[in-house]
Design a protein around this ligand. Structure first.
Ligand code: ADE
Length: 249
């Protein structure tokens, strides 16, 4: 899969793209990332990408000309890219939307800046707008990186053999169960005995229950939407009973 990023700060991406899973995925050819400086698509001497808003008011607006020129130049290459504008006005990014993007061959990410982009860019150049959360960043670059990261780790081979994205938080609409590693006791804090028992089926059930418990406590909104099995409903009943008598584990 290929990402093309249109940005006024291509250098912003250099070190994150070299590190860890992303770095390996790029080296292994699992994902390609093209960085395109928006200023290269300007036609004036000063490479200006923004201008004052019609109607007055504060802030600057990204001009349509360089953005259209950049995306049109990129679309001359095959396959056609799905064009995403990073913006706080977009639909909120999620694990399931990461999965949708991972199924595409090519995604073009436009990083917005200033007060926003000329509305004609949103209307005619962009296929969808994505926000990574209800807060305002100084530009779309951190959002583009978050998306490249979340999508890349879903691509076949990106996580290597040992890890699979299936157990991730959100993979099934729930938060992940708690993890422990050695030592079995640390500063008087013991690992739950169940995990040391070697009973695979009981461990699976314990993990599922803790996953449900966490989601219920921290993200009840997710629990409402999660597809629950009859076993999940049973476990949730156990959790409710434990809460009633004030037992946490
Ligand atoms: N640009 C500024 N804020 C943003 C956000 N929350 N998500 C995506 N792009 C942005």
């Amino acid at each position: 899969m290929r990402f093309d990023v249109v940005t006024i700060f291509p250098e912003y991406f250099a070190s994150p793209l070299e590190c860890s899973i992303l770095g390996r995925a790029l080296e292994g050819g699992i994902v390609e990332v093209g960085l395109h400086n928006l200023r290269d698509y300007t036609t004036d001497k000063h490479k200006v990408v923004d201008d004052y808003p019609y109607g007055g008011g504060g802030g600057m607006v990204m001009k349509p000309g360089p953005l259209f020129a950049a995306v049109e130049a990129l679309q001359e290459q095959e396959p056609r890219g799905h064009v995403v504008l990073l913006s706080p006005q977009g639909r909120t990014f999620s694990q399931s939307r990461a999965g949708d993007l991972a199924a595409r061959e090519r995604v073009i990410l436009i990083c917005g800046h200033y007060e926003g982009v000329d509305e004609r860019v949103r209307e005619t150049l962009v296929d969808e707008q994505i926000s990574i959360g209800d807060y305002v960043l100084t530009g779309g670059e951190p959002a583009a990186l978050a998306i490249i990261d979340a999508v890349t780790r879903l691509l076949p081979g990106a996580l290597g053999d040992e890890q699979a994205p299936d157990n991730d938080s959100f993979a099934e609409g729930l938060l992940e169960y708690p993890h422990y590693t050695r030592p079995a006791e640390f500063r008087g804090l013991a690992v739950p005995g169940m995990l040391l028992s070697g009973h695979h089926e009981q461990i699976r059930r314990w993990r599922r229950k803790e996953s449900l418990r966490r989601t219920k406590t921290h993200r009840p909104d997710l629990l409402e939407r999660a597809p629950l099995t009859p076993e999940d409903l049973e476990l949730l009943e156990e959790i409710a009973e434990e809460e009633e008598v004030g037992i946490d584990e």
